[in-house]
Design a protein around this ligand. Structure first.
Ligand code: PRX
Length: 647
């Protein structure tokens, strides 16, 4: 994490009492009682919640199967369909006319989609997928803009038991190809284009590109005509979404699925190798997406308008744009476009126009909006807002205070939610009307979550710094890495194998009140604007360019993005004037624009220990422009330091 942020977080002492509310969790006593219920009867409490909140096709008799850790199974003899829980049950109980999705287009167009309408479209999409040969257990990749059809496609997959894998539309054709091949998808769903800053981005072009380089498993491409741009069309393979849906029935019985049926695969970066496909199951994931809407956001489906600004290409979009709000029968707002387009007031304009009550975004967006100035939010009526959330990266106290004062007008609790792609839903977060908050702290584990800060031996740290672990399984935990059991064990379970703890990869500090302060990743994973990127992935992209011999990538402080990307590169060829631009474009093509290094510094050598390991701490100090604190006595070639420092 950015050193200034760490320092401001370490100095933070302010405490804010939760606002008064008549909600079900209205004091820390309620948090304690609910948390205690899990301590006293872990399985019984989870079982009761799963019965109360979800609609089952066949009820379960066993809550947790721990016979083969870390391959935990939840509610495993039960049967359930997620799309039935997100749609049919609401329509059946008379909520068919309620708005499920409010969609705001960047160009100004708005759609309100009711539960009845959404169910009908999901059934048509499910029948379309079936007509294209998709069966239960097949994989379908989505490469889509933020439009209602994306949610429809996800729910249609869930309805027939096809495992979806959404790939963020900002990833390159190359990254898309890797993911399609790893998942072995038989169908890809995309759009002709999506809007960003008034420009239509040609999504289908990237899919065509990816498919032309491999992806032999793909039989069909289902294309939503949305951007109005011309696209190449391969007869027999490409299918028009609207035409296909129009020909299908709006009735499609929900497939009977086991609780553990793989609902989705979502690729995320780790410290080694290519991105890994995190696998989530159906029942456990759904239960926690459903419950955390209530715990962390105090979500009231009958009256709230919930807006999560994350793209559905990330876990936040899965759990809190689509599944969490819809499972509760509430209204979710989806915005296609850039939050600062045409100006930095766009977000607040949308909040005013659609009367958003619960708003959820990333600290990076908050910092960018602070920079744009208070005139933007002050020009809009934000009085309907009642809860404000943040996610994805540590929030610096200054940004927290601005969010609290300028946006929340000191009325709205700030909910800083710590979680990961792997956890499926929130793990550490305040309950907005129960937990006193401290700027920069995600506060306390949610009821049912057993999180601790431990030392290198796995011993619990009562107060102070250490590593963040989860000491008990939880229903929405990842079930594995697609196709790679040993990587799953090595990445998450090996470090504290003697204790059976899940290792999150984050450093954290526990204060005198038991509050947890997340200090950032302790592995070679960067957090750039709340997006996770592996340093090794970027290094591999750089060395795949013919001019590059070796590359070392580290994070560097960035006031807006939290962390920037700093690459040290040795060359095979001589340096040319445009090489920095060429290499940035190359990384963009290999991974996506989000992975473009902010700084590329050429050097004739990288600092290595005598055993040949790159001295990353030294590089991090240099990238941060700091005095060198690491021990350089083992550095082979000490003269390289001045070059690395750009002198
Ligand atoms: O380092 C933590 C950071 O984001 C990582 C997870 O990234 P990803 O799987 O992409 O999911 C992001 C959205 C859930 C974590 O290991 N992180 C997430 N939330 C917070 C955070 N760091 C500090 N505070 C948070 N609230």
């Amino acid at each position: 994490m950015n050193q200034d942020n760490i320092e401001s977080i370490l100095e933070e002492t302010r405490i804010f009492s939760p606002p008064q509310s008549d909600t079900s969790f209205s004091s820390l006593d309620h948090w304690q009682i609910t948390s205690d219920a899990f301590t006293t009867d872990f399985e019984g409490t989870w079982g009761k919640l799963a019965q109360q909140h979800l609609t089952w096709q066949k009820t379960f008799t066993q809550v947790l199967d721990e016979t083969n850790p870390p391959f935990y199974r939840w509610f495993s003899d039960g049967q359930i369909n997620l799309s039935e829980n997100c749609l049919d049950r609401h329509v059946k109980y008379g909520l068919g006319d309620r708005t499920a999705i409010i969609w705001q287009g960047e160009a100004g167009d708005v759609r309100h989609i009711s539960y009845t309408e959404l169910l009908a479209n999901v059934c048509k999409a499910a029948n379309t997928l079936k007509s294209l040969g998709v069966k239960t257990g097949d994989r379908v990749v989505l490469y889509m803009p933020m439009i209602p059809e994306t949610a429809m496609a996800m729910l249609a997959c869930a309805r027939i038991g096809a495992t979806h894998s959404v790939v963020f539309g900002g990833f390159s054709a190359q990254s898309l190809r890797d993911r399609i091949e790893d998942a072995g998808a038989s169908v890809v769903i995309t759009a002709d284009g999506g809007y960003r800053r008034g420009v239509v981005h040609a999504l289908k072009l990237s899919v065509d590109d990816a498919l032309s380089q491999g992806c032999k498993s793909v039989n069909h491409l289902l294309v939503v005509k949305h951007g109005g741009n011309d696209v190449a069309w391969q007869e027999g393979r490409d299918v028009d979404w609207h035409e296909a849906l129009a020909a299908q029935s709006d009735i499609c019985p929900a497939e009977i699925l086991d609780s553990e049926h793989p609902l989705f695969i979502l690729y995320t970066s780790g410290s080694t190798g290519k991105p890994k496909g995190i696998v989530h199951s159906t029942a456990g994931y759904l239960l926690w997406a459903h419950l955390t809407m209530q715990y962390s956001f105090d979500f009231k489906p009958e009256s709230d308008v919930f807006w999560c600004t994350a793209d559905v290409g990330w876990i936040t979009g899965h759990s809190y744009s689509v599944y969490g709000p819809l499972s509760n029968g509430g209204t979710s707002l989806m915005y296609e476009g850039v939050p600062t387009y045409p100006d930095a007031g766009r977000i607040w304009k949308i909040c005013q126009e659609h009367q958003v009550t619960v708003f959820y975004t990333a600290p990076t967006a908050i910092r960018a909006l602070i920079k744009a100035g208070d005139d933007y939010p002050n020009a809009y009526d934000l009085s309907k807002l009642r809860v404000l959330g943040t996610v994805g990266e540590p929030i610096n106290p200054e940004a927290w205070m601005w969010y609290h004062k300028t946006i929340g007008q000191e009325r709205c609790p700030i909910v800083d939610t710590w979680w990961q792609t792997e956890t499926g839903g929130h793990m550490i977060a305040p309950m907005p009307f129960a937990t006193p908050t401290k700027p920069g702290s995600a506060t306390l584990p949610l009821p049912g979550v057993f999180a601790e800060v431990v030392d290198a031996d796995g011993e619990v740290v009562k107060e102070g710094g250490g590593l963040l672990v989860l000491t008990k399984p939880w229903p929405s935990m990842l079930r594995g890495i697609w196709g790679d059991k040993s990587r799953f064990i090595e990445t998450y379970w090996q470090k504290f194998a003697n204790k059976g703890y899940y290792f999150a990869g984050d450093g954290a500090r526990k204060d005198e009140d038991g509050y947890i302060w997340i200090m950032g990743r302790v592995d070679d994973v960067l957090n750039v604007s709340g997006h996770r990127l592996g340093t090794m992935e970027i290094e591999s992209a750089l060395v795949s360019h013919p001019a590059v011999a070796e590359a070392a990538v580290v994070g560097c402080p960035d006031d807006i993005k939290g962390e920037g990307i700093f690459a040290f590169v040795t060359l095979k060829t001589t340096e040319t004037n445009d090489l920095v631009q060429v290499l940035r474009a190359h990384v963009s093509q290999e991974i996506g624009a989000i992975a473009k290094p902010d700084v590329i510094r050429f050097t004739h050598d990288l600092p290595k220990t005598r055993s040949g390991k790159i001295m990353r701490r030294l590089l991090r100090d240099i990238a941060a422009g700091k005095a060198i604190t690491s021990d350089i006595s083992t550095l082979e070639n000490q003269s390289v330091i001045a070059i690395l420092q750009g002198q």
